[in-house]
Design a protein around this ligand. Structure first.
Ligand SMILES: Cc1ncc(COP(=O)(O)O)c(C=O)c1O
Length: 375
């Protein structure tokens, strides 16, 4: 059997990794500022993470959600504490799309409505509702088509007010910082207005924190900058540092009913051990402060460089908007300087490194991009 080729692949096979560095099968070392698409939060193969997963595997890796799994409660407690949402409840699943799917469904169970507001350039995943709320017709199959999604311009307060006037809204789903869309930061005023309108109309505010969450922005959820709480936070990526684990944190107003949500693999022992290890390292090594510190250092330095149109983002979620003439820079960073970065169309370099990168790694990158931008 051959692989079903849905990914355009770089000609690199990564064989080992440590911290913010990876090595290919020829022994070439790379600096990883992409984090495998915002997934590596505490650095590759962090010793505490490896040990916790290994220890758990020797005890039990999986049992179904038909029995008590105390490590789920430990995870919920720690997550509540670190995210400042101690009175929320945690439902565990396996991927970002699944988290958003459950969030949208829970909102609809809650208020009995169907209409969802999503935004231009949003990405929420590839399952049926999540992909319908994603602003990319190329990845929606005919079966995903629905008139339940209303797409509005991002950060457009007037359009938002009008949509609430004209429709019975079930939920509003928004990334605190759009990732795939090119690192666009939701304004505080916009998030505050979403909160206000959802309160007035009994709609549900869903904070998609799959990419911008888990400390990447310098706060636990990027939406926290606005000083308002969402009703549901979806999370995945950085949550397991590469182990597939995801979840939704649900405000106390939602009442759980048996079987309203469910999954076979979600919240298994091994996934919880990985997720707990991540939170323990985040707390112990103060990674959110580090994300703020190194993020500011990088953004300040990038703003001094020539030929950059705009630098956007927060913490260690940074977008570098380049002119068309410099569209080759991402490729050159990889091929000439051995630095992995992410991208967004058109011509945005996306930095999504581990939250524990240091000034040394930031400087290696700044030196390399400076060379390319001056060339
Ligand atoms: C903001 C956001 N939401 C949801 C998803 C979907 O997550 P997953 O690929 O784990 O299903 C992604 C993935 O890139 C994302 O960036």
């Amino acid at each position: 059997m051959k692989l079903f080729e849905v990914y355009p692949l770089l000609d690199v096979a990564i064989e080992k990794a440590m911290g913010s560095y990876v090595w290919d099968d020829a022994g070439q070392k790379y600096l990883d500022l992409y984090g495998g698409h915002a997934v590596i939060s505490i650095g590759h193969t962090h010793p505490h993470y490896v040990k916790r997963i290994e220890d758990q595997l020797h005890k039990i890796g999986f049992y179904s959600n038909s029995v008590k799994i105390p490590i789920q409660e430990m995870l919920a407690e720690k997550l509540g504490k670190l995210s400042g949402k101690e009175d929320y409840h945690l439902f565990l699943c396996n991927s970002g799309a699944e988290a958003n799917e459950n969030a949208l469904k829970l909102a609809s169970f809650y208020n009995g409505r169907k209409k969802i507001i999503a935004f231009k350039k949003a990405f929420h995943g590839r399952t049926s509702l999540a992909v319908a709320a994603t602003d990319n017709p190329a990845i929606q199959a005919p079966v995903n088509e629905t008139d339940n999604i209303i797409f509005l311009p991002f950060n457009d307060e007037e359009a938002l007010e009008a949509a609430f006037k004209n429709h019975e809204i079930s939920s509003v789903i928004i990334e605190g910082i759009q990732g795939v869309g090119g690192i666009n930061v939701a304004s505080n005023a916009f998030l505050q207005l979403i909160r206000k309108l959802c309160d007035t109309h009994n709609a549900v505010f869903i904070a998609d924190s799959v990419q911008c969450g888990y400390g990447r922005s310098g706060k636990f959820y990027a939406h926290d900058f606005a000083g308002v709480a969402a009703d549901i936070y979806s999370m995945a990526k950085g949550m397991g540092n590469g182990f597939p684990v995801a979840g939704i944190a649900v405000a106390p107003k939602f009442k759980a009913k048996h079987f309203m949500l469910g999954t076979t693999f979600g919240g298994n022992h091994l996934a919880c051990a990985a997720a707990l290890a991540v939170l323990e390292v985040m707390e112990e090594e103060q990674l959110m402060s580090n994300a703020t510190r190194i993020g500011e250092y990088l953004m300040d330095a990038l703003k001094q460089l020539p030929n950059i149109m705009e630098v956007r983002g927060r913490g260690l979620m940074i977008g570098i908007q380049l002119p068309e003439a410099f569209s080759h820079v991402k490729k050159d960073l990889l091929l000439k300087h051995h630095i992995f970065t992410g991208e967004a169309k058109p011509n945005v370099i996306r930095l999504l490194p581990a939250l524990n990168i240091g000034i040394t790694e930031a400087d290696i990158f700044l030196e390399a991009i400076k060379k390319e931008l001056q060339a």
